[in-house]
Write a protein that binds this ligand. Structure first.
Ligand SMILES: NC(=O)C1=CN([C@@H]2O[C@H](COP(=O)(O)OP(=O)(O)OC[C@H]3O[C@@H](n4cnc5c(N)ncnc54)[C@H](OP(=O)(O)O)[C@@H]3O)[C@@H](O)[C@H]2O)C=CC1
Ligand SMILES: CCCCCCCCC/C=C/C=O
Length: 329
């Protein structure tokens, strides 16, 4: 008998999630039937979307939503060999039984020198988000100026580097001096700590006095109100996330953006990465190639132990991570 552990949500989060909002549950899994596989999670992903999605898609007692890189440990399905790795979306769970439907299998030729955790990071969902969200929506041209916030995180750090690959000037902001140092190391032209600058408006103006052609938006709220005023004519804004608003219980109000949109003739588009699901293999191929060529650097913030997953999640929401936050079981 295999025992499976799962983290469930005790009650809907109020504000920032707290450790006591999660409960560890254990159950025994039944023997496999024909066509089924037993898998163990090797790396689990903690992502910002889990906070807003928990409200929309979960009820108290549900297993936390999420993805993992899992290894097949037993198979009664000839299509899946023992020892192969797959990205699955079964939530915060150590072991599970599946028929393999919906799996994104890791390529057989996964590079020896790369951790498989990248399949939920730089060569997985956050990588696809940076790739499609920047290239399809901002469509940056050589010589243009790209602004990205949450720039030292899983998505933002890749956005900046992909923009550099495309020949742009890149400006990033992040929430600590260590993160700013990291951004310089991976090739950002300008970077600043948005928590310590005297004025966000001044920091944005200093970094690019001529303004911004592209704005990859991860934060929303007050940051966006200020950044939108710095856009150039015909600027493009890719609305990827709004993490500064995810913990709000009451929707925030703020300066309204229509006047800037109108007079600067801006184009703003929100997206969910799943829009390009059919093209994930194309993005993964490019991302792995850039990583192999040293053009795309990745960093991971690894929390060890499934029992520490809620702390890893809260840590990511409060900015402890540089690069992708993952849990190693
Ligand atoms: N549209 C889509 O399909 C997808 C959207 N996303 C979005 O992309 C964004 C980045 O995600 P991801 O790269 O996984 O996460 P990150 O790795 O960037 O981790 C989250 C970061 O958010 C920052 N943060 C937290 N609270 C605030 C705040 N109040 N104001 C500003 N920054 C804050 C912290 O960095 P710091 O120390 O710099 O504050 C923290 O490290 C999120 O908004 C997420 O929702 C992600 C995947 C898919
Ligand atoms: C249950 C796993 C679903 C994985 C899909 C991820 C979609 C992310 C969309 C993000 C939105 C904002 O962060």
């Amino acid at each position: 008998m295999v025992k499976s552990k799962s983290w469930t949500m005790v009650k809907h989060f109020e504000g920032l999630p707290k450790l006591e909002d999660f409960k560890l549950e254990e159950k025994e899994l039944p023997p496999l039937k024909d066509g089924e596989l037993l898998l163990e999670s090797v790396f689990l992903s903690v992502d910002p979307y889990m906070r807003p999605y928990s409200k929309r898609m979960m009820k108290p007692g549900d297993v936390m939503i999420g993805s993992q890189v899992a290894r097949v440990v037993e198979s009664k399905n000839p299509a899946f060999e023992v020892g192969t790795y797959h990205v699955t979306n079964v939530g915060w769970t150590t072991h599970f039984i599946s028929d393999g439907a919906g799996f994104q299998s890791l390529p057989k030729e996964w590079p020896e020198n790369l951790p498989r955790s990248l399949a939920v990071g730089a060569a997985g969902m956050p990588g696809y988000t940076a790739y499609f969200g920047l290239l399809e929506i901002c469509n940056p041209k050589e010589g243009e100026v790209v602004l990205v916030n949450c720039a030292a995180g899983a998505v933002g750090s890749l956005v900046g580097q992909i923009a550099k690959i495309k020949g742009c000037k890149v400006v990033g902001s992040a929430g600590s001096d260590d993160k700013v140092t990291y951004l310089k190391e991976i090739g950002f032209d300008e970077a600043f700590n948005y928590k310590t600058v005297n004025s966000l408006e001044e920091a944005l103006k200093n970094a690019s006095p001529e303004g911004y052609d592209c704005y990859f938006e991860n934060v929303g709220g007050n940051y966006a109100d200020v950044a939108l005023q710095q856009m150039k004519q015909f600027g493009r804004i890719s609305v990827c996330g709004a993490i500064s608003l995810y913990n709000d219980s009451v929707p925030a109000t703020g300066p309204y953006i229509q006047t800037y949109m109108l007079f600067k003739q801006l184009r703003m588009e929100g997206f969910l990465v799943t829009r390009w699901m059919q093209r994930y293999p194309e993005a993964q191929k490019h991302l792995l190639k850039w990583i192999a060529e040293g053009k795309l650097k990745y960093h991971e913030h690894v929390t060890n132990g499934f029992e520490n997953m809620p702390a890893g999640f809260i840590g990511m929401l409060t900015g402890e991570n540089i690069g992708k936050a993952v849990i190693k079981v």
